[in-house]
Design a protein around this ligand. Structure first.
Ligand SMILES: *Cc1c(COP(=O)(O)O)cnc(C)c1O
Length: 349
């Protein structure tokens, strides 16, 4: 049987919650969404939370909240999915692409420093694979930060939850993220004006005056799943950390680079990423053993944008070596052992 790369963790609690909403007859955005927002805000220590139907919608409203206009420059790392790039183009803004750090795959403050110009209006900081970026260094630039916590819901930095550092922060609840609502997202902020605007733009109905608005609403059906997943999140994180520790042990001594420990950052191990030689071949050989491993980022942005590869030495190196092994909260010890054993065999150790 195939060992999946990632998988949602759902049990009868979610099934029951959804069926209660179905039976209530109120399926769309309503009081369950508001409960989910309140619970989410509480869990991060932020004042305002707005539930949305995707992380992309949250990013879009976040940038609108920062009053991004055509021609404004926004700094983001190359090593991230294209959702982040798309929202910059939604607004006619200009992406400025930074390199990353080798040890944690997060945006490199030194690279950011070189991209800052008078037109810089925002810095998007994705916390990659469950480990927070270097917020102390990044905040020193005094550029409004959008924290992208899509891959790191529940992670902390100096004991503070990610999402509580940026002027505005976004989360994704896609099926295989840290927690899920099927599809979904959340915007967090302590800024009343940013929140009020995002609240207004989330839906189009019953408005006094016309302006361009969206349908970015989450349904009560989705929120009922989210409420349960949020309660389970601390357990999900503990399970992921245990699996990571088991990998650390069973993969030790191999000629591969293991993930770093978090230190003052709590690693939630959304991904367990190792560095290997002959990446494509290793992925193929694992698949032949029924193990689904992947490049954790499909393709870096500087490839899509045809920027000079020389300006992205670390992203290039990571792209050619980073291998994401299967990890999800209810992955069995047996499966972890099998992955390690087969990887050892492939690497002939
Ligand atoms: C998944 C993801 C998004 C987009 O979220 P969706 O819910 O799929 O729209 C944005 N940024 C990062 C870093 C992501 O991983």
């Amino acid at each position: 049987m195939l060992i999946h790369h990632s998988k949602p963790t759902i049990d009868k609690q979610e099934t029951k919650a959804v069926s209660l909403v179905l039976k209530s007859g109120h399926l769309a955005q309503g009081k369950i969404v508001r409960q989910f927002e309140e619970a989410f805000a509480r869990s991060t220590g932020c004042r305002f939370a707005l539930a949305l139907n995707s992380g992309t919608a949250a990013l879009h409203l976040a940038l609108l909240g920062l009053k991004i206009a055509p021609g404004d420059e926004i700094i983001l790392p190359s090593y991230v999915c294209t959702a982040v790039l798309n929202v910059i183009y939604y607004l006619g803004a200009v992406p400025r692409i930074a390199d990353i750090k080798r040890d944690d795959f997060n945006i490199d403050p030194k690279s950011v420093a070189k991209l800052i110009s008078p037109k810089t209006k925002a810095l998007i900081v994705p916390h990659m694979f469950g480990l927070a970026a270097d917020m102390d260094a990044l905040r020193k630039f005094s550029i409004p930060i959008v924290e992208d916590c899509a891959l790191s819901t529940g992670a902390t930095y100096n004991k503070r939850k990610v999402g509580s550092f940026g002027k505005v922060s976004v989360f994704s609840f896609y099926a295989t993220k840290m927690m899920t609502t099927g599809e979904g997202g959340m915007l967090l902020t302590n800024d009343k004006a940013v929140f009020s605007q995002a609240l207004d733009l989330r839906d189009y109905d019953n408005k006094e005056s016309y302006q361009l608005r969206f349908n970015y609403k989450m349904s009560d059906l989705a929120a009922s799943i989210g409420l349960i997943q949020l309660k389970k999140l601390p357990k999900f994180i503990i399970h992921r950390q245990k699996i990571a520790q088991r990998y650390n042990k069973t993969l030790s001594g191999l000629p591969i680079q293991l993930p770093i420990q978090g230190g003052k950052r709590m690693h939630t191990y959304y991904r367990y990423v190792v560095g290997v030689k002959d990446l494509s071949s290793v992925i193929g050989q694992l698949m032949a053993y029924g193990i689904e491993a992947k490049r954790p980022v499909y393709k870096p942005l500087h490839h899509y944008l045809k920027l000079d590869f020389k300006d992205y030495p670390v992203t290039q190196e990571v792209y050619s070596s980073a291998l994401s092994l299967p990890i999800y909260p209810d992955m069995s010890v047996l499966s972890v052992n099998k992955v390690s054993l087969k990887l050892r065999k492939i690497l002939k150790h």
